[in-house]
Every structure is written in structure tokens, then in C-alpha cells.
Design a protein around this ligand. Structure first.
Ligand SMILES: [Zn+2]
Ligand SMILES: [Zn+2]
Length: 390
């Protein structure tokens, strides 16, 4: 690697370091004020203002989402997007550590200004709301927010450092069974039991699970199980997630899952009503050239980087939808020991711990350093070639 880029990377690290107090304060503020998906008014305002004050051109309310933003510095291509999330979870606040994602993206973007001044192109910090369950990035992709973007990166806190990870395609099914109420002891023969229909469907899905691919997942909860034990339940409802490693298998599984509900309807006489939610999370299509660059930068910060291990467990992310239209990585940064589970109060605590703060700083540095790599001659072409041929 040339001396020039080495010098540039030192400057980038200094530039992130100089923001340390402000970035950590931003992260603590977002953590102390957890806001659910699409309601992240404070976080979105704080992050976008931070960039506005650093000289970025900020557009708010992107793609019809009030809490989405796009902050641009520089002119023309290549346009490199750094994505931030900042939504929290019900009851456990920042148990997914999205305060770190949002703040590391804006820190990296601000530190990338000097790279853009020197090498040209644009840096676009993208505020992407409602990752947990809503899929805000899906709206942003559909709304054209990524149309002119050449490369996209995001770093999620985790218990491991990884240059990218796979993610499952995911569809959400809402179901209802409509039966007929009756006195459960006096006239049970007059009733149609909507809860029996739901239980039969759950049992069918349990049977189906033995015969699906190891990396697919089907899981759900009953959201309405009836009114009282002495009334034959006339209405029940459930929400199910169906996940698979690719879109074709997802389509196949969706049919099989729906058959379980249809069969239960036939068996019990309860009428089935269902709806697939229109936001489907796409699988992650990771760009390995980009991942390689990010890995080297993460290692240069003294972090041990691991290859992705699917047996550790796969989730879904709306970054998958971005990765289908723009060469992308979904990297992870370790902020807690292996035994800490994500989506727990313990992980929420880690997101503001000493290790969490170091993770935030390192994520910002590695992203900004990777921006410098991407802007070296020929690199964007190589990244795009891989994207179009995989
Ligand atoms: Zn999460
Ligand atoms: Zn998350």
C-alpha cells in the first residue's frame, strides 16, 4: 500500500479521535432516549444536525419517512453511503445497540470530509429509521434514495468483529381465525373453535419444521387466544415470521406455512383470513472486495476479525434490500463477550459500556479508512464488477 494512503489513514483516525467526546455524548443521549421505529425524532434530529454543523447538505424526511435523512458532502461520483440506524426495541431500549450504528456512521462521514476534499467523490450519510420490524430501508430503496449510490456500508455492534455477514430473507404473516362463540360447557356443539384452529396450525408448523433446510426459520406468537375459558373462542390471531437464505426457498416455505393454516381451517371449520406484510426483508448479498478492504482496516486497529460462521445464528436485516441494489457490506464490531445475547438488557448495557464506546470509535475509523480505499483508482470498478457478476 502506498505511503500516501497510509498518511491519509493516519489523518482519518485522528479526525475520528478528535470527535470522541461529541460522538460518545451523542451515543449516550440516543441510548438515554430510546425511540421506537419511525418515531426516532430526537435521534434523527441530533445526528442530522451534527452533520449539518460539519458542513453537510442535509435532506430530512427522505422517501416519505419523517425520521429518515440523507446528508451529503462533496460532488458527483463515486458516491459512498454510510448507513446509520437509531431505533430502539420495546421495553429493553437499545438492546440491539443501534445508538452505536447511527453515531459511528456520522462520525465516519464527518472524518471522511478530508478524503473527499483530497480524492473527490461524495460521502452520503444515510439515516435509516425503523430497522426493527418495519424495514425503513425497504421504503428508502423503493423511494429511490439509493439510486445514485455506488457503494454502501453499515457496522452493527455484536460480540464478534466480522467484515460482513449473511442475513436471511424474511416475510411476515398475519393470520386470524374466525369461529363462532358458544357456552363452552352448555352448548359446545354450537360453537366453532378458533383457538383449536390456531393450535392445529401450530402443530402442523411444528411438524413442517423437521423437513425444512437447516438455515430456514419459522416462528410466531399468538396475539389473541380467546376471551374467557367458558366461551368457545370466536376469534384468534397470530403473527409469524418465515425466513430463508434465498428468495426462491422463501417463496416455497411461505406456501407450506400457509398450507398449515388452510389445513387447520378445514379441520375446524374456522374461517382463515391472512395477510403477508408488504415489506419483505431481502437476503444479504455481501460484496467480498469491499469486505476485504474493511477487514484490513479493522485488523489495523488491533481487532481480531472472524470469518462469518452461519452456525452462530442468522438474522434478517433491511440492509439485505440495500445490498440487492448497491454493492454493500453489513459488518459487525465486538462490544461484549460471546455469552452476551443481542436483544437483551445486557446488550443494551454493553452499548454504552467502555467496550461499546471503543466499538463505536473503531467502527467509525474502519468505515472512514475504507472510504479512502474505495476512492483509490480502479477500486469502485472492481467492486461493481463483483456485484454484477454474482
Ligand atoms: Zn435488532
Ligand atoms: Zn440491530
Amino acid at each position: 500500500m502506498g505511503l500516501e494512503i497510509e498518511k491519509l489513514k493516519l489523518k482519518i483516525k485522528d479526525s475520528v479521535e478528535l470527535q470522541r467526546q461529541q460522538l460518545i455524548q451523542l451515543s449516550l443521549n440516543i441510548h438515554d432516549n430510546p425511540e421506537l421505529g419511525f418515531k426516532e425524532e430526537k435521534a434523527s434530529a441530533w445526528l442530522s444536525s451534527y452533520l449539518e454543523n460539519s458542513g453537510f447538505h442535509v435532506e430530512r424526511g427522505v422517501a416519505g419517512l419523517a425520521t429518515a435523512f440523507r446528508a451529503t458532502y462533496g460532488h458527483g461520483s463515486p458516491r459512498i453511503a454510510l448507513l446509520g440506524e437509531y431505533d430502539a426495541l420495546p421495553k429493553i431500549g437499545h438492546g440491539c445497540g443501534h445508538n452505536i450504528i447511527g453515531v459511528s456512521a456520522v462520525g465516519a462521514a464527518a472524518a471522511s470530509k478530508s478524503i473527499i476534499d483530497q480524492l473527490g467523490g461524495s460521502i452520503v450519510a444515510m439515516g435509516t429509521p425503523g430497522e426493527e420490524g418495519y424495514g425503513g430501508k425497504i421504503d428508502m430503496v423503493n423511494g429511490g434514495a439509493f439510486k445514485e449510490i455506488d457503494v454502501a456500508m453499515i457496522v452493527h455492534p455484536d460480540t464478534r468483529n466480522m467484515p460482513t455477514e449473511e442475513a436471511l430473507a424474511c416475510s411476515t404473516l398475519e393470520v386470524e381465525f374466525l369461529g363462532r362463540p358458544a357456552h363452552a360447557a352448555g352448548q359446545p356443539h354450537k360453537g366453532i373453535n378458533a383457538l383449536d384452529a390456531m393450535i392445529v396450525a401450530f402443530t402442523s408448523i411444528n411438524a413442517l419444521r423437521q423437513h425444512i433446510r437447516g438455515d430456514a426459520r419459522i416462528h410466531g406468537i399468538i396475539t389473541d387466544g380467546g376471551e374467557a375459558p367458558n366461551i368457545v373462542p370466536a376469534h384468534t390471531a397470530a403473527v409469524f415470521l418465515v425466513r430463508a437464505l434465498d428468495d426462491d426457498y422463501l417463496a416455497e416455505l411461505k406456501d407450506k406455512v400457509l398450507n398449515c393454516f388452510t389445513g387447520a381451517s378445514v379441520a375446524t371449520g374456522a374461517r382463515l383470513e391472512y395477510r403477508w406484510r408488504d415489506r419483505t426483508y431481502a437476503p444479504m448479498k455481501s460484496n467480498m472486495i469491499l469486505a476485504g478492504l474493511f477487514k484490513q482496516n479493522l485488523e489495523s486497529l488491533g481487532r481480531q476479525v472472524e470469518a462469518f460462521d452461519p452456525h452462530f445464528g442468522l438474522g434478517s436485516t433491511d440492509m439485505g434490500n440495500v445490498s440487492q441494489v448497491v454493492p454493500s457490506i453489513h459488518a459487525t464490531i465486538a462490544i461484549a463477550p460471546r455469552e452476551v445475547l443481542i436483544h437483551t438488557p445486557e446488550f443494551a448495557a454493553a452499548a454504552v459500556s467502555e467496550a461499546g464506546q471503543q466499538g463505536l470509535m473503531d467502527a467509525a475509523k474502519a468505515m472512514a479508512m475504507t472510504v479512502a480505499d474505495i476512492l483509490q483508482p480502479g477500486t469502485v470498478d472492481k467492486i461493481k464488477r463483483e456485484f454484477h457478476h454474482s
